[in-house]
Design a protein around this ligand. Structure first.
Ligand code: KIV
Length: 281
């Protein structure tokens, strides 16, 4: 049975912290699922870590659909949340179309969208239609060209706005809120004032749960390490070393060995040669 949003709320109510991770394909979804991660986010961070764009702004709904489908196929237990990408929820009607595709075509169990009080009417309508919605406030990567990449809510007015945004999302029916790059003490207060779980990234330990980007936490880059990410593995070195060994063995002729090669009876081969044009020449 897949985790649903009621299970996630129960974790929060029991005071159990909630791990969430991003995934973008079948194989990584299988691994996250086997590791017992209850929520997998197919984030539009896909644009940067998988597709090589410089921001999430370039990601289309079709890009998301392609990857969300793979993650749903790869997972059995986790609640799969699909990100609504940039400019796909500018009106209630457009949001219904976009979220509908993520739920119906992909089989995701929820969507996530960025924004606070200003998107509350959209969240309310989606939730009323039976689409679970996760909010996302603080640093919202789709607004990178407006706000840059920096911690949000450091001033009293900015912090008050984030508190009100979180409350507006909860009131609209969101089942959780991502707090990205929010000062830890502010994230603690937001969490204390909400009934629904907060999921932090760069927002401190007092959130109800945490989310990390797959490539960041597994060390799949050699050159980039965001401050809010902890490297639980350094796969880039492991993978590059394996690829170098492979290339060397191919060049030297030590791969493939007999154990990696298909066999054939030598007599059959000789008979084939004599029957073929090669044998008659
Ligand atoms: O797209 C994404 O991966 C996200 C997380 C960083 C929360 O939105």
């Amino acid at each position: 049975m897949r985790t649903n949003i009621l299970d996630i709320q129960k974790l929060k109510d029991r005071g159990e912290r909630i791990p969430m991770v991003t995934a973008y394909d079948y194989t990584s979804a299988q691994m996250a699922d086997r590791a017992g991660i209850p929520m997998i986010l197919v984030g539009d961070s896909l644009g940067m870590v998988v597709l090589g764009y410089d921001s999430t702004v370039h990601v289309t709904l079709d890009d998301m659909i392609h990857h969300i489908k793979a993650v749903v196929r790869g997972s059995r237990q986790a609640l799969v949340i699909g990100d609504l990408p940039f400019l796909t929820y500018t009106t209630v009607d457009q949001a219904i179309q976009s979220a509908g595709r993520i739920m119906q075509e992909c089989g995701a169990q929820a969507v996530k969208l960025e924004g606070g009080a200003e998107v509350a009417p959209i969240v309310r309508r989606l939730v009323n239609l039976g689409i679970p919605v996760m909010g996302h406030i603080g640093f919202t990567p789709q607004s990178v060209h407006q706000i840059g990449t920096r911690v949000q809510g450091k001033t009293s007015s900015g912090a008050a706005r984030l508190i009100d945004d979180a409350l507006a999302l909860e009131d609209a029916g969101a089942f959780g809120v991502v707090l990205e790059l929010v000062p830890a003490p502010l994230a603690r207060e937001i969490t204390a004032h909400l009934r629904i779980p907060t999921i932090g990234i760069g927002a401190g330990v007092h959130c109800s749960g945490q989310v990390q980007v797959w490539h960041d936490m597994l060390g799949l880059y050699s050159d980039f390490k965001p401050r809010h990410a902890k490297r639980y593995a350094s796969l880039v070195e492991t993978v590059e070393a394996a690829l170098q060994t492979y290339a060397t063995e191919v060049r030297e002729g030590t791969f493939p060995g007999a154990e990696h090669s298909a066999r054939m009876d030598e007599a059959e081969l000789q008979a084939a040669l004599s029957q073929s044009k090669a044998g008659k020449a």
